[in-house]
Design a binder for this molecule. Structure first.
Ligand SMILES: [Zn+2]
Length: 101
């Protein structure tokens, strides 16, 4: 999983988004072919299917490649400042897609 996690970082699939004028910062990871996003709360939660299944499976595995990538990236996650309109029109639908598929 570590190799995959590093790949996410080098492919710039892990991003910090700061919402302009709100002070809100979230970490997201691109999934699939950059057509969906997962919300990542470092060390705690990810909205991707692997996190869901690993956490519920009870096989002692927990987390997912995105959480691992966050851990490896530490403070070095590239930050993007986005406007609310962009978040609402572009980011949010992709986050939603990541959540349901
Ligand atoms: Zn994940």
């Amino acid at each position: 999983m570590e190799k995959q996690a590093l790949r996410l970082i080098t492919d710039n699939k892990l991003l910090k988004l700061r919402l302009e004028e709100t002070g809100i910062e979230i970490i997201v990871a691109y999934g699939g072919k950059y057509d969906r996003l997962y919300l990542v709360v470092p060390g705690k939660y990810c909205s991707c299917p692997s996190f869901y299944f690993n956490t519920l499976s009870g096989r002692g595995k927990s987390g997912c490649v995105h959480l691992k990538a966050c851990e490896l990236a530490g403070q070095n996650i590239p930050e993007n400042v986005v406007k609310w309109d962009y978040f609402k029109n572009k980011i949010f639908p992709m986050l939603f897609k990541g959540l349901i598929s």
